[in-house]
Write a protein that binds this ligand. Structure first.
Ligand SMILES: NC(=O)c1ccc[n+]([C@@H]2O[C@H](COP(=O)([O-])OP(=O)(O)OC[C@H]3O[C@@H](n4cnc5c(N)ncnc54)[C@H](OP(=O)(O)O)[C@@H]3O)[C@@H](O)[C@H]2O)c1
Length: 286
């Protein structure tokens, strides 16, 4: 078993981004600037936004967090987004999800200028991605592609099974693996006899949200396994009071796989680096 170590690879890419930013600075040019909108007091959302802010600082990007009370109306939020769309100082904009129930997430996502849509959720960018044209790729699938490339995992002609069909992970992941010349199968909660597919897979990408779902008896010998899942479970023995579990039963699979991502330290840090790469890219898009 070999580890697809996302901590290690993300660090390498971060240093490359940092070098690029130093070069931009030394030429007296503007550095990338990421704005994040945070609505309400959701603990997980606050943590994610704080991490994104730290990541920006670490590589030398400018960052701004716009915090709004949970009572902000959809119209007020749309006005704020329009201000950022028109602000030439800001290159990338993300709106941390989930939003309060009275705000239509689809409407908000689509109101972000596609030129600043560093999450890659705007339908225009999704269309470009499916056509294989240059665009902002959603951060998690983008990070996974970078991880596979770093470890030179063979994809041509391989059977890749993606479990999950969400807009942010499963669907874009399947499109990107198709572009990598895999034969792709997408499974979901209505798939009948999931093991029939996973047992035939050379590469399994699990993005379900169900802790330790994928067991050794569901994969073939030598498979490459990517665990996207992150579920917080209470753990009195942990300093934080919780621990993170992936969708893969790591211990059970470890003897059978050729390559596997750990949780934490696999896909998570690569996702963060995916956003940084998009923000760097956004600088040249205006
Ligand atoms: N590491 C990271 O940086 C990162 C980034 C994003 C997400 N995540 C994690 O990845 C997981 C998935 O995220 P998501 O946003 O894609 O979740 P999601 O929107 O809830 O989608 C989950 C997908 O899994 C499918 N599914 C659920 N139960 C299944 C089962 N028993 N068998 C087969 N398929 C099943 C669902 O099928 P249906 O479509 O039929 O309902 C759905 O397509 C979560 O744990 C999330 O926290 C991690």
């Amino acid at each position: 078993m070999n580890l697809l170590n996302g901590n290690e690879v993300s660090q390498v890419i971060r240093l490359q981004i940092k070098d690029e930013v130093s070069k931009i600075k030394s030429e007296g040019k503007k550095v990338p600037h990421l704005a994040a909108i945070l609505v309400g007091e959701d603990g997980a959302s606050k943590t994610y936004v704080a991490a994104k802010e730290r990541d920006c600082q670490e590589v030398g990007f400018d960052s701004t967090v716009l915090r709004f009370d949970v009572s902000i109306t959809e119209t007020e939020l749309l006005i704020e987004i329009e201000k950022i769309n028109n602000n030439p100082e800001i290159d990338g904009l993300i709106v941390q999800l989930p939003l309060p129930k009275h705000i239509n997430e689809k409407k908000i996502t689509e109101s972000i200028s596609y030129k600043k849509d560093v999450d890659g959720f705007h339908p225009y960018n999704v269309g470009l991605m499916f056509k294989g044209l240059p665009t902002f790729l959603p951060a998690t699938p983008y990070g996974i592609i970078k991880l596979l490339e770093h470890f030179q995992i063979e994809t041509i002609g391989k059977h890749c099974v993606v479990i999950g069909r969400s807009d942010i992970v499963g669907k874009p992941m399947s499109a990107l693996m198709l572009q990598k010349n895999c034969t792709v199968t997408v499974c979901h909660s209505r798939t009948i006899d999931l093991s029939k597919y996973t047992l035939d897979a050379d590469i399994v990408i699990a993005a379900i949200g169900s802790p330790k779902f994928l067991k050794a008896n569901m994969i073939k010998e030598g498979a490459v396994v990517i665990d996207v899942g992150i579920t917080r479970v209470d753990d009195a023995n942990s300093k934080k009071g919780f621990r993170l579990l992936g969708d893969v039963d790591f211990e059970d699979l470890s003897e059978k796989v050729s390559w596997i991502t750990p949780v934490p330290g696999g896909v998570g840090p690569m996702t963060r680096v995916g956003l940084l790469l998009n923000t760097l890219e956004a600088l040249g898009r205006k």
